[in-house]
Ligand binder design. Structure first.
Ligand code: CMP
Length: 144
């Protein structure tokens, strides 16, 4: 089924100059870009985004990482995009991610894994609502 998801290019993706490469992989796959913007996220925004990880040993480092520079927030649409985009990303830990995936090709550390993708339809809508105003998200692909 056609779904929407939230994809964030994390500060390391911006700083390493990988924005074009990562967006290109989503476009070549055939997903449709509905929204895109730079955000310098507040601590509060990142804490809400990652609220399910509160209390994990890596939580503090994760929040510091995600607030360390601009994040490129995006909304994409496509068939089975929630599971399919996570396949494009590869395993959370880049040292375990398959070659051909974004993390498998471009990263080595779980604490610098370049990109986030929503893990369920409910989280996708929650995350889109946290990062975007409704008028910042287009719906052009439905016309094609
Ligand atoms: P993401 O897909 O955005 O979802 C949760 C994030 O927490 C994950 O990517 C990593 O950036 C981070 N993360 C998960 N596990 C670890 C870990 N063991 N050590 C450091 N960071 C982690």
């Amino acid at each position: 089924c056609v779904e929407r998801t939230f994809i964030a290019l994390k500060p390391d993706a911006i700083q390493r100059g990988l924005v074009g490469d990562i967006i290109n992989r989503f476009e070549r796959k055939g997903f449709h870009l509905l929204g895109l913007k730079f955000v310098q996220p507040s601590r509060q925004l990142v804490e809400k985004h990652y609220e399910e990880h509160l209390g994990r040993p890596f939580y503090e480092g994760l929040v510091n990482y995600m607030t360390s520079g601009p994040v490129l927030a995006s909304v994409w649409e496509g068939k089975n995009i929630i599971s399919s985009s996570r396949s494009l990303l590869g395993a959370t830990d880049p040292s375990k991610a398959a070659p051909g995936t974004i993390r498998g090709d471009l990263a080595t550390q779980v604490g610098r894994n370049l990109v986030h993708a929503s893990d369920s339809p409910a989280n996708a809508e929650r995350e889109i609502g946290l990062w975007f105003q409704p008028e910042e998200v287009q719906s052009w692909s439905r016309a094609l």
